[in-house]
Design a protein around this ligand. Structure first.
Ligand code: SAM
Length: 347
């Protein structure tokens, strides 16, 4: 399997108009006869994950970014060996199911370079709901690369099955904490053990952001408030109450040294309500699936007017300053961004 994990190669515009439709036609020729297998693979993955996660109280939504990192790895866009090992050791994942689902796209990729929406790393302004997880993966990778060497501590908040600790922190003189609900953490630890991945250098802190003071608990587990920290809060804000989001940002500002950074994603109120971008899919697929998993989207921001100012206000109230900020999705007369990617700094 040729994998160079190179960053995106942009084709000249004129070539894109010829090559993209050609790639899509090749994909369709392969995909159509194999469609029953793809559908079977997808249903198998979703049902298996739903049954297990419901029974064991593990986060079902954490499987989504995990699968996305696997897609990016197998399509050669982002190296992540730990994700591959983790997926084969998690009791609710199915490597066979993933291959059945993505096999036709993968063959088309090998033949002519076709990339499905689920395996892209688009710039945020060009992202759609289909490519949003890949888009934010790219943004948070850049945030890690930019900040990691100037930090003493890294805190993965709502870490789920994220493997960035192994990609960016292992072997560095940096203290690493992962925060998530206990059931999800236990499942991850068991899978890491089974996969033979050394995880003892990571401090796992079981927490419910909606119920307890995560800072107090983090300090109990060895976090040093006088040292600089990088907080990664990926894919978590929509699942929290507004109060929890505000309190979390305030706690970061209050309990970390100057120059500390928190990076996170936010979604528009209309997407959270299921009335914005992709409302049909959200209404008939996304929302029912979230409801079934018991992980409901609650928190969103107004992106219809001055989204950047709205985020700056949210951060200012918490005592943080905006660093990098990118809107996800198009901004036109009719279309409004469906979310934003934020880097906030303790000043
Ligand atoms: C969509 S997943 C993202 C996981 C991970 N950050 C990633 O990108 O792979 C959301 C994560 O937030 C965690 N989470 C949601 N609500 C939480 C809460 N109230 N307390 C602790 N963790 C929570 C879930 O358990 C899950 O692991």
């Amino acid at each position: 399997m040729p994998r160079n994990y190179s960053s995106k190669k942009e084709l000249p515009v004129a070539l894109r108009f010829i090559i993209k439709p050609f790639q899509f036609i090749v994909f369709l020729i392969i995909q159509l006869p194999l469609l029953p297998l793809t559908i079977f693979g997808y249903i198998f993955i979703v049902v298996k994950a739903m049954i297990y996660t419901k029974k064991h109280g593990v986060s079902a939504t954490a499987t989504n970014p995990l699968s996305s990192r696997w897609f990016l790895h197998i399509f050669g866009l982002r190296r992540d060996e730990a994700t591959v090992k983790l997926i084969s050791s998690l009791p609710f994942m199915s490597g066979a199911g993933l291959w059945l689902m993505m096999g036709p796209a993968f063959i088309a990729n090998r033949i002519c370079g076709y990339l499905p929406g689920l395996a892209r790393l688009p710039e945020p302004e060009k992202a759609s709901l289909m490519s949003l997880v890949g888009c934010r993966t790219g943004f948070f990778d850049k945030m890690m690369e930019k900040n990691i060497n100037s930090m003493d501590q890294v805190v993965f908040m709502g870490a789920g099955f994220d493997t960035r600790a192994f990609k960016y922190c292992k072997g560095k003189n940096i203290k690493v904490f992962e925060l998530d609900k206990e059931s999800t953490q236990n499942c991850k630890i068991e899978a890491l053990k089974k996969a033979g991945i050394d995880y003892e250098w990571i401090t796992f802190v079981p927490i419910d952001f909606n119920q307890e003071s995560w800072v107090d608990k983090l300090i109990d587990y060895g976090f040093d408030t006088s040292k600089k920290a990088f907080f990664l809060w990926e894919g978590v804000t929509p699942y929290l109450e507004e109060e929890s989001v505000n309190q979390t940002l305030k706690a970061v500002a209050k309990s970390s040294a100057k120059g500390s950074v928190i990076t996170f994603d936010l979604y528009s109120r209309s997407v959270v309500a299921g009335t914005g971008e992709g409302s049909f899919i959200m209404k008939y697929y996304g929302k029912p699936l979230l409801k079934m998993s018991g992980e409901i989207w609650k928190f969103g921001i107004d992106t219809t007017k001055n989204p950047k100012e709205n985020v700056e206000t949210l951060l200012k109230e918490a005592g943080l300053a905006l660093g990098e900020f990118r809107l996800m999705g198009k901004t036109t007369e009719k279309e409004k961004p469906f979310g934003g990617l934020v880097e906030a700094v303790k000043i």
